[in-house]
Design a protein around this ligand. Structure first.
Ligand code: GLP
Length: 263
């Protein structure tokens, strides 16, 4: 894994946006894996600005989101489909038909999961997958104990995740406790993965991801198996890493080498 430790959330978003912009310039027909949560919002704003400046185009891009609440329609204010429309898709030159979010109100959610896998495969797989991380180490909605080779399926949310996400729902509103999520195996199939995390409340999860054993207890630790995973974090999220100076040293050496090679 490449560990990139930056000063704050602003730098993390800009670094992530640079990776996405480079991908879009390299391949304007990219297949992107996208994420929800508060962490990617600043990255999306950056990409919206670059799209307006004509630095990048989404005209020929296809997207697949990680997950959706089971039981919510795409028009529900708290659905991840609504979130993506509001935070990104409504503001860029993408064809909405090319944007995919698991169908929370599918008549048969089991079939919807298999269809989602099929759609990703038919698109040729995901070139670049964006991830956030839950405090318990979940990626997408792959909660602890998720199979490390799992595919898109229905997952029950933990109490901690329901509590963390309760802030988005009003007291009298139904808050789903089930989800459809890409599996860990689905995520690992992406050709490149970028995980963003900021803030001290993610420090334990980041330590378990980077320095913990490969374990279903911390689903994000599965990224240790990925050949092209970048973990982009701020100082606060990095604060519990034992080898923080070493990771900074490696990254400085990497940057030096790239500069020398003119990349
Ligand atoms: C939700 C999403 C995850 C996201 C996590 C963290 O549970 N399913 O994909 O990574 O929230 O969100 P935040 O970035 O708001 O901390």
């Amino acid at each position: 894994m490449q560990i990139v430790i930056l000063k704050d959330a602003k730098e993390v978003a800009a670094y992530g946006a640079d990776i996405f912009a480079a991908q879009l310039i390299h391949n304007p027909q990219s297949v992107l894996g996208l994420a929800t949560g508060s962490t990617p919002v600043a990255l999306y704003q950056d990409l919206i600005a670059r799209n307006r400046n004509a630095e990048v185009s989404f005209k020929n891009v296809r997207t697949f989101n990680l997950d959706e609440y089971l039981g919510l329609t795409g028009s529900h204010r708290q659905s991840y489909r609504h979130f993506m429309n509001e935070q990104l898709f409504n503001h860029i030159d993408i064809d909405k038909h090319n944007t995919h979010v698991p169908q929370g109100d599918a008549p048969d959610p089991f079939v919807a999961c298999d269809d989602y896998e099929q759609a990703i495969a038919s698109a040729g797989g995901i070139d670049l997958q964006l991830l956030g991380i839950g405090r318990n180490g979940h990626i997408g909605f792959n909660e602890p104990s998720s199979g490390l080779t799992s595919r898109t399926r229905i997952k029950t949310l933990t109490k901690a995740t329901i509590e963390d996400n309760a802030r988005f729902f009003s007291a009298d509103e139904f808050q789903p406790y089930l989800s459809i999520t890409m599996g860990i195996g689905t995520i690992l199939d992406a050709r490149k993965v970028v995980l963003l995390a900021t803030g001290e409340n993610k420090a334990d999860a980041i330590r378990a991801t980077v320095e913990g054993p490969l374990s279903a207890a911390c689903p994000a630790s599965a990224l240790q198996l990925h050949r092209n995973a970048v973990i982009v974090i701020d100082e606060a999220a990095a604060s519990k890493l034992a080898d923080i100076e070493f990771y900074k040293h490696i990254e400085a050496q990497n940057q030096k080498l790239l500069k020398r090679l003119g990349k």
